[in-house]
Design a protein around this ligand. Structure first.
Ligand SMILES: CC(=O)[C@@H](O)[C@H](O)COP(=O)(O)O
Length: 256
């Protein structure tokens, strides 16, 4: 799998917020096998000691940082945050969030398209947090995005894949674009379903960070992502309406 020319073997991207402690975050990242972790600029500005531990972990595991513009509600705020993140983290990658609505934290897709275009022209490689809308997807690609990150469900909701029809349509319309389900996953089975559908990867945070045992949950998600991907490459059956006997029978049994 490739994002902007970078080849990766793990298809699980992990967020780094809301863990009970830096130690548990470290163990969860290790258990997940993730090669990319998202970091919010605002979080890193906070606790100095947690920041230090986090940076040694990044170095030790050779992780790639995907800074995000979490919590930005306008194009201006998102663009400014992206510039600060580029300075601080030394990467042109940016996970672009422009939040449009407080209850669902759903993307403001108009602002998103505009911010993605501005950042693309500024040399950023943008990972936009979007909806499953096909027209918005097309606009983001026209604006220079080479990866799309549709939501599964609202951030932190743990609902899974809310709109299977829309997500399937998105996958079918853009077979060659790396598509990552971002946000709203609650269970490993949700991640497996996304991968079975042909999504390239999943990004999640809350389901692991707020699980009773984040380390075990990180491992469970890693296994689910691998299983879902394996199933996808094995050409799964299409569901059908009528029964089809799984055991072929020849003739009839004679019962005396
Ligand atoms: C980590 C990150 O980038 C989040 O903004 C992301 O959207 C994760 O959502 P969940 O916490 O629902 O997994």
């Amino acid at each position: 799998m490739e994002f902007y020319g970078v080849t990766l073997s793990s298809r699980l991207l992990l967020g780094t917020a809301r863990y009970p402690s830096p130690k548990i975050l470290e163990a969860a990242v290790r258990a997940s096998g993730a090669e990319i972790v998202t970091v919010s600029l605002r979080r890193e500005g906070g606790d100095q000691r947690a920041g230090q531990a986090f940076w040694s972990l990044i170095g030790e595991l050779g992780l790639r940082v995907l800074p995000n513009t979490a919590g930005c509600h306008s194009v201006k705020e998102a663009v400014t945050t992206a510039h600060m993140a580029r300075e601080l983290f030394g990467t042109t990658w940016i996970k672009l969030e422009v939040i449009g609505e407080a209850d669902t934290l759903q993307p403001d897709v108009f602002g998103l398209v505009e911010a993605a275009r501005i950042l693309g022209e500024d040399g950023f490689e943008v990972f936009p947090y979007t909806t499953e809308d096909l027209v918005v997807a097309e606009r983001l690609l026209e604006g220079g995005c080479r990866v799309l990150m549709p939501w599964g469900a609202p951030i932190g909701s743990a609902r899974g894949l809310n709109n299977l029809f829309g997500l399937r349509a998105l996958r079918a319309h853009f077979p060659d674009v790396p598509l990552v389900i971002d946000a709203g996953l609650g269970l490993p089975s949700h991640a497996a379903a996304a991968m079975e559908m042909g999504y390239d990867a999943v990004l999640l945070n809350t389901a692991v960070a707020e699980a009773g045992d984040p380390v075990r949950m990180a491992e469970a998600f890693a296994l689910a992502v691998d299983a879902g991907r394996l199933a996808h490459t094995a050409s799964p059956l299409e569901p059908r309406d009528m029964a089809a006997p799984s055991t072929p029978v020849l003739g009839k049994a004679v019962l005396a």
